[in-house]
Design a protein around this ligand. Structure first.
Ligand code: FES
Length: 161
């Protein structure tokens, strides 16, 4: 009798342990998967910061971008990609055009041209840049990068033609 009772008790103990082991394993898998997910996201963010899009493409070599004059009337701005960087081209007069990186030097948001105030404004933390890309106010630590601009017949050329 006691041998049967012992066997039953051992079996019962094993049965009680089994669900705990499965639950613990499941939780371990969840923690592991979550860690992998967040670790992967962190690595991706760091990689994107260190190697921005287009950094190794043909655009990075400095291919020129052309914009027909009719597409950029005086007082308007146009977003383009130059050297793989989101950029903004602003025409302030007949023969005055500015080409700047549109990537805010604070945390990388895309700045917008405010034609009424003649400044570039970052929508994220309100950094303000002048038409030459210099910081007017806000948390941006550096000016916006500016690019060479040339007029060629009825086009504006950003970069070396
Ligand atoms: S990202 Fe532009 S001010 Fe913060």
């Amino acid at each position: 009798m006691s041998k049967v009772t012992e066997t039953v008790c051992e079996h019962q103990v094993e049965m009680e342990k089994a669900p705990k082991m499965r639950r613990r394993s499941f939780l371990n898998y969840c923690v592991g998967a979550t860690s992998l997910l967040f670790g992967g996201m962190s690595l991706y963010s760091v990689a994107k910061f260190l190697f921005p899009p287009g950094a190794f493409s043909a655009e990075a070599a400095g291919e020129a971008v052309t914009i027909p004059l009719v597409e950029l009337p005086v007082g308007s701005a146009k977003n383009v990609r130059y050297k793989g960087i989101a950029s903004i081209v602003i025409r302030t007069s007949e023969k005055n055009v500015h080409a700047l990186s549109a990537v805010c030097t604070h945390l990388g948001c895309i700045v917008k041209w405010d034609s009424s105030k003649q400044v570039l404004v970052c929508p994220c933390h309100a950094a303000i840049f002048d038409i030459n890309g210099n910081v007017v106010s806000g948390p941006a630590p550096r000016p916006l990068e500016s690019f060479p601009v040339q007029f060629a017949r009825d086009e504006i050329v950003i970069g070396e033609a």
